[in-house]
Design a protein around this ligand. Structure first.
Ligand code: NAD
Length: 348
């Protein structure tokens, strides 16, 4: 029985609480043992709903000397390091929400602490557990061009970070894993729109392999989009993270110029397709159903029990953060060149 505490019972921490309780109720060898939440209204709500002790601080949780094996960290990103550090020092295995930390120095410190203490630390990059991503992994060939779109309607949450660390980091992490090549060059533009931080950004990353990835992320959109499309020689793959589905288009022969243009514009998706076209085969691989957060938690708990490295390692969390931070400084340099420094960047 793995006894788990949740740090942070805010918007996303509530999902951690729910999923852990669901796993407990399903008899999967886990017990939701406690939570930490400084906001008294949220703390009272979590205590009443889950019938667990909810403490106002990590110090109070640790002082209670409960039997605990692991914790999940769903506090604001700027607090990840302080909270995760204290829990690691207390000997717990951790699932730390994305982005792994607010700086590389903090990420390195957590990795070093975890290694020294032999603790599991898994960053919460839950798209790795999206059933569509799980289904595409064994079919990956040689992706050379990615197009990622992650758009959200504005809500006043996660404003301690910009849209890169809030949303785009999910796609950075997946593309880093799929491209499997060091980053050669980053170009980026981003603007604050509603919040004081960058709310919308477009980024182009080129890898040593020659692979290129375009990322667009917005938290001030009128619609919610979660899509990753990529092209491989003679193959096009479209992942819809929100629908958790996957479409593969294979070019088996000659295709018409009209179809080639539609493919190049990324306009083919499962909903738009009515049937196979000459030269193309459309494959909609079976995608097992499942909530990514639940699959992520199950995987984390499996690592806690077996001591096998987590499916998503702390170093992967660090790599995604490193690319995100490089994008931020490239965006700031662009803002300076464009005369936008007064709005959000500091120029040399
Ligand atoms: N994986 C995902 O898809 C996903 C989605 C949303 C948020 N997140 C991540 O989850 C984290 C939390 O985001 P959110 O939207 O829930 O934020 P939130 O502000 O709604 O909730 C954070 C909660 O943490 C509490 N808190 C602050 N300091 C604390 C401390 N020292 N100890 C314990 N609790 C503390 C706050 O009172 C608040 O209730 C962020 O890192 C965010 O990036 C991940």
């Amino acid at each position: 029985m793995v006894r788990v505490a949740v740090a942070g019972a805010g918007t996303f921490g509530r999902n951690h609480l729910r999923v852990l309780r669901e796993l407990e109720a399903a008899g999967l060898g886990v017990a939701l043992a406690a939570a930490v939440e400084p906001d008294s209204a949220r703390a009272a709500e979590a205590a009443a709903q889950y019938r667990i002790p909810v403490y106002a601080s990590i110090d109070e949780l640790l002082a209670a000397r409960l039997e605990l094996h692991a914790a999940t960290v769903a506090v604001p990103t700027v607090e990840h390091h302080a909270v995760a550090s204290a829990l690691l020092d207390a000997g717990l295995d951790l699932l730390v929400e994305k982005p792994f930390a607010a700086s590389l120095a903090e990420a390195d410190d957590l990795i070093e602490k975890a290694e020294k203490r032999g603790r599991i630390v898994q960053p919460g990059h839950l798209e790795h557990f999206n059933p569509a991503v799980l289904a595409v992994e064994p079919r990956l060939r040689y992706p050379m061009f990615f197009e990622a779109h992650r758009l959200s309607v504005f809500t006043p949450r996660s404003l301690d970070v910009d849209v890169i660390l809030d949303l785009m980091i999910h796609d950075l992490d997946i593309v880093l894993a799929f491209a499997a090549s060091p980053v050669r060059e980053v170009r980026a533009v981003g603007l604050p729109v509603v919040s004081p931080k960058v709310d919308i950004a477009n980024v182009r990353v080129e890898f040593d392999s020659g692979c290129v990835a375009n990322f667009t992320a917005s938290r001030v959109s009128t619609e919610r989009v979660r899509k990753l499309r990529f092209f491989e020689p003679h193959q096009y793959v479209s992942i819809d993270y929100a629908r958790r589905d996957l479409l593969i288009v294979r070019m088996d022969g000659k295709i018409s110029p009209e179809l080639a243009a539609a493919l190049a514009a990324g306009k083919l998706d499962a909903a738009a397709l009515t049937g196979p076209a000459p030269g193309l085969s459309f494959v909609k691989p079976e995608v097992s159903p499942g909530e990514p957060l639940r699959l992520e938690m199950e995987s984390f708990l499996d690592s806690v029990r077996t001591r096998r490295p987590p499916r998503v390692t702390a170093r992967q969390g660090r790599a995604a953060l490193e690319l995100a931070l490089e994008i931020q400084s490239t965006m700031a340099a662009h803002a300076c060149r464009a005369g936008l420094a007064d709005f959000f960047a500091r120029c040399p």
